[in-house]
Design a binder for this molecule. Structure first.
Ligand SMILES: Cc1cc2nc3c(=O)[nH]c(=O)nc-3n(C[C@H](O)[C@H](O)[C@H](O)COP(=O)(O)OP(=O)(O)OC[C@H]3O[C@@H](n4cnc5c(N)ncnc54)[C@H](O)[C@@H]3O)c2cc1C
Length: 375
């Protein structure tokens, strides 16, 4: 496509920052609009496989990611009560070579800060919450809550799970509460009083699971996320406060190694988990969706952010290689839908690495070199 095409990316999250970075490298005229006033160090961690670290290498930020995060020694799955190890993926040099990049644990705030290094700072407009889109034959008008109006030839909706752009494209459809909530806590490792824990463990219970992991190579902070069934979510708040006692009670009977961790948690919050049914319409006219705006998925495979990054890379390649936006969007959808659908299916099943698992198809994937499907 013509490199003068004006592209507006709405949402400077994981997918939006990646898309802007790749499109700018490709020579496109890109502006990134974000509702927040600044990036903040939000209280949660995230794990990223080689399918994420490999493409981000092309933005020149792989080293910064590794420095900000941690390359764990391994990912271990254990049975909730006996502690039996049912699966283990060791991230040694062999695994890293096979996957083509490292596996990382990282704080989300640190991830955002590093991703932002991959985009031109003067093109990132904070404090711009999109409230309206108006499409004409020749462009799209974007209206923001600060009174500003912008015009673009293409709009990329990277505005996350509560996407305004999805609503514009596909109509209003409430999110699906999946009947589970995530309890999250971050605490300084010194509270464990010398009790050593592995870098990343997933404890599998009959109807719930929990993962403590480190987010920095200093191993100075532990992040714990436990997912438990919950019948309803009745508030509009993004999260509610909980307590160590409640957290411990929900994992009563779990192995003593886990209980030792829960005993020193602090500042526990509860987050609802939403997703949507599979949707195969990702674009229309001059507008295209990526990441959670398009396909929010259950976090049980730790893949939502990874899918947003892969989407962003493939979309930027399609826009570079195709003659028109319509062709680029078809190629993008045809390339992405099968892989995202399979990831979404496994995330619903919640079986990933809970026993013998073939992981190469997922981690070896490189969105920068994967074949693009025909439009
Ligand atoms: C409990 C939990 C744990 C998870 N763990 C993992 C994990 O380990 N690994 C993994 O890969 N994924 C994980 N995920 C999923 C991952 O967090 C998301 O899939 C990922 O953040 C999606 O990226 P995105 O860019 O689509 O959206 P986001 O990262 O949510 O970014 C959306 C951006 O758009 C902005 N925005 C929203 N509306 C507007 C508007 N109207 N105007 C302007 N800006 C707007 C927002 O402020 C935000 O910055 C987890 C999810 C949950 C719930």
């Amino acid at each position: 496509m013509d490199k003068k095409t004006r592209i507006a990316v709405v949402g400077a999250g994981i997918g939006g920052l990646t898309a802007a970075g790749f499109l700018q490298r490709g020579g496109f005229d890109v502006t990134l609009y974000e509702q927040a006033r600044a990036f903040s160090r939000l209280g949660a961690g995230i794990t990223l496989g080689a399918n994420v670290t490999k493409p981000l290498r092309r933005l020149g930020i792989e080293d910064a990611l590794v420095t900000a995060g941690i390359k764990p020694h391994s990912y271990v799955s254990r049975t909730w009560d006996s502690g039996e190890i049912v699966y283990q993926l060791v991230f040694d040099a062999n695994t890293e070579n096979r996957f083509g990049g490292p596996y990382l644990g990282i704080h989300r705030g640190d991830l955002h800060a590093v991703l932002a290094q991959g985009t031109a700072p003067e093109t990132l407009a904070f404090d711009h919450r999109l409230i309206q889109l108006e499409e004409t034959d020749s462009s799209v008008r974007l209206v923001f809550d600060n009174g500003r109006i912008a015009e673009a030839d293409i709009v990329i909706g990277a505005d996350g799970i509560h996407s305004k752009i999805r609503e514009y494209l596909l109509g209003t459809e409430p999110l699906r509460f999946i009947g589970a909530a995530a309890y999250r806590s971050i605490f300084p490792t010194e509270r464990l009083n010398g009790f050593a824990i592995p870098d990343c463990t997933k404890w599998w219970g009959p109807d719930r699971h929990i993962l403590p992991y480190f987010m920095r190579s200093k191993r100075d902070e532990v992040y714990v996320i436990g997912v438990v069934p919950r019948r309803t979510w009745e508030t509009d708040e993004a999260s509610i406060q909980s307590s160590r006692d409640e957290f411990m009670a929900l994992f009563d009977g779990f192995h003593p190694d886990l209980v030792r961790v829960l005993q020193v948690t602090d500042d526990v919050s509860v987050w609802p988990i939403f997703d949507r049914e599979r949707n195969d319409r990702w674009s229309g006219g001059r507008i295209v969706l990526l990441g959670d705006a398009c396909h929010p998925m259950r976090p049980f495979m730790g893949a939502g952010g990874a899918m947003a990054v892969e989407d962003a890379v493939i979309l930027s390649r399609c826009l570079s290689e195709c003659a028109s936006a319509a062709e680029a969007f078809r190629s993008y959808e045809n390339t992405r839908i099968p892989r995202v659908a399979e990831t979404q299916r496994i995330s619903i099943e919640n079986t990933w690495m809970g026993g013998p698992t073939e992981t190469d198809w997922y981690y070896c994937y490189d969105a920068c070199t994967a074949p693009l499907a025909k439009p």
